[in-house]
Design a protein around this ligand. Structure first.
Ligand SMILES: *Cc1c(COP(=O)(O)O)cnc(C)c1O
Length: 391
């Protein structure tokens, strides 16, 4: 019976210890894992780190295995690795598939720290990178060369929220023989199915919606392909990556409500984004579900929902100090990075510093992450701050 993702996540397969049953999966801890006898050690030594048994805490516990399986259910994949952060998940993919002399392509609106890693870590390993315009398939086609081994896609892009034609970009990369990885943090496995788009690997910052608590850092690397997973797992083991049971527990606790929360974030964000687009101080609202956002038609073709994120461009007559004053005047919006938690957040960005002039984002931008507060309370807070700062 096909089930809604919420139903699948709540009624997910879990075998409790004999004689005990409860709704949450158990939290199992241990660096040392005890073997019943030496014969078991000898029979298992070649498969340490594999998922067919337990050998050492770093290589997985019943708690982390359960979380991996549920994340596969969420994103529609077959294999999952848990990383200590979303950024670490990106690095695992890069290090698994790129060698000296290879090139990786990133969208111009890629998540900022991913660009930093491409410049720094990958550069120092002799791996080059180039950025392509995700809204121009011809640009991507022209940039894919014989050295291109991996192409990242992100939908929508960070901060400026352009929604690319994912299917078209992915098909282009696949035709070239390169691998395509998606940063699926925004979609969270709910807005669209990454593997139905044809991607090879999906990474997800569980730090955001799956956790939902603004209290942990974690990432996942998911694939449907056995060989790709083998390669990912090798580098994962070489790097000594793993996650703690308490953090895994928090994500397991957040998952059953991820879709319900996502829908609330979505509804409130669309509501406030539309309202903000009618304020005279605002020149443009960048929310993929609004017609004023580049790639709105792609969002419509690919997605059933949107996350609680959008950006607002203020009239360029307002200087940075005015934008800062606006952010500081808000009482219910925290000023902070990250998103997906209960509290609404704002973050100002100087567009001239992060996008080129031809990308056409003049002035200052404020990125909003809408939390779970009452949308009416948030609207009143915004109204008050706008009246005070912009008149
Ligand atoms: C937050 C985020 C990440 C990184 O996640 P961390 O757990 O903070 O390292 C990666 N990609 C996107 C799109 C994000 O928003």
């Amino acid at each position: 019976m096909p089930q809604d993702i919420s139903t699948s996540l709540i009624h997910h397969n879990y075998a409790p210890p004999t004689g005990y049953a409860s709704v949450p999966a158990g939290v199992f801890k241990g660096s040392t894992v005890l073997f019943p006898d030496t014969a078991t050690v000898r029979s298992r030594v070649k498969t340490f780190g594999h998922r067919d048994g337990y050998s050492y805490g770093l290589y997985g516990t019943p708690t982390t295995y359960t979380l991996e399986q549920r994340l596969c259910t969420l994103e529609g994949g077959s294999h999952c690795l848990l990383a200590p952060s979303g950024h670490a998940a990106i690095s695992i993919v890069n290090l698994a598939f790129l060698s000296p002399g290879n090139e990786v392509l990133l969208p111009t609106n890629v998540y900022g720290p991913a660009l930093r890693s491409a410049r720094g870590l990958l550069g120092s390993l002799g791996i080059s990178y180039r950025c392509y315009d995700p809204m121009d398939a011809a640009d991507l086609r022209a940039k894919i060369g014989p050295q291109t081994k991996l192409v990242w896609v992100e939908a929508p892009g960070s901060i400026t929220m352009e929604f690319p034609n994912l299917r078209e970009l992915v098909a282009l990369v696949k035709a070239s023989g390169a691998l395509v990885a998606i940063d699926n943090t925004w979609g969270a496995g709910i807005a669209f199915s990454p593997f139905e788009m044809g991607v090879d690997v999906s990474i997800h910052a569980l730090t955001k919606y799956p956790s939902g608590g603004a209290d942990i850092l974690m990432g996942s690397v998911i694939t449907r392909n056995d060989a790709l997973h083998q390669r990912l797992r090798e580098i994962y083991l070489d790097l000594g990556m793993g996650v703690g049971a308490n953090d895994a527990e928090l994500v397991l606790r957040g998952l059953p409500s991820v879709k319900a929360r996502y829908e609330i974030h979505d509804r409130s964000a669309r509501d406030l984004a539309s309202w903000l687009s009618e304020r005279p101080s605002v020149t443009r609202v960048l929310h993929p579900a609004l017609k004023t956002c580049p790639g709105h038609e792609n969002w419509k073709a690919h997605c059933s929902r949107a996350a609680g994120l959008f950006s607002v461009l203020f009239d360029p007559v307002y200087e940075a100090s005015k934008i800062d004053e606006f952010c500081d005047s808000l009482e219910l919006f925290g000023i902070g990075l990250s998103w997906g938690g209960p509290m609404s957040l704002v973050m100002p960005y100087d567009m001239t510093a992060i996008r080129s002039a031809e990308q056409g984002y003049p002035g200052h931008l404020v990125r909003f992450s809408i939390g779970l507060e009452s949308v009416e309370d948030l609207r009143l807070d915004l109204d008050k701050a706008i009246a005070r700062v912009f008149g």
